[in-house]
Design a protein around this ligand. Sequence first.
Ligand code: DC
Length: 225
Amino acid sequence: MKQYPQLIIAIDGYSSTGKSSFAKLIAEKLGYIHLDSGALYRAVTLHGLRNGTIADGKIDADALVATLPGLEVSQRPDTYIGEENVEGLIRQMEVSSYVSPVSAIAAVRTFVDDNLHKMASGGGVVMDGRDIGTTVFPNADLKIFMQADDLVRAMRRYKETTDPGTTFIDVLNNLRDRDRRDSTREVSPLRKADDAIVLDNTCMTMEDELNWLFTLLEEKYGFEF
Ligand code: DC
């Protein structure tokens, strides 16, 4: 594969704007590593559900944090806990319903950020999340902030749902609730970095998005495709 400049690309934005799918495709096209930070918050949540520190609508934050030193997470590119591939399990509704409050725990954020920094050493990385351009990699070479109409986002997520009991309204409510929580929490809230470029993909296909990005990389970063 052709060797492209090794940038750090940070993609942030609202839930279900297609950040991870876009980041994954960029990584494939450029030969970069893709890191999905939301998946790591989801893996921590699954871990808490399994060890009982998250149960019956409550999160015992101190107890959960105390178990983090024994938690080994990685992305290869699927998400793993130890040697177990948990990529499917972390997308289930039960994990989605707890992941926002879990991600608001400061020590959980430190745990995830440390793992991201370890996995990203070396550059040639595209990383997606909520605070990559503001907190995790404030010096990223390129920052993209993704947004889209929330009904369109909910429909995209609903089509991917595998839980038979989940309705469109469940998905829409979960998405709106997470947007609100993620934007208003105290620690590292979701917000556009001042130097991020907005990509509103309400009416765009993935191919449109890729063309948009490639033009940007050619014009501003000297890429040759
Ligand atoms: O991208 P996602 O929906 O899989 O992310 C799951 C949750 O993780 C989301 O509700 C907010 C949180 N998150 C975060 O707080 N910071 C990040 N960098 C990525 C995700």
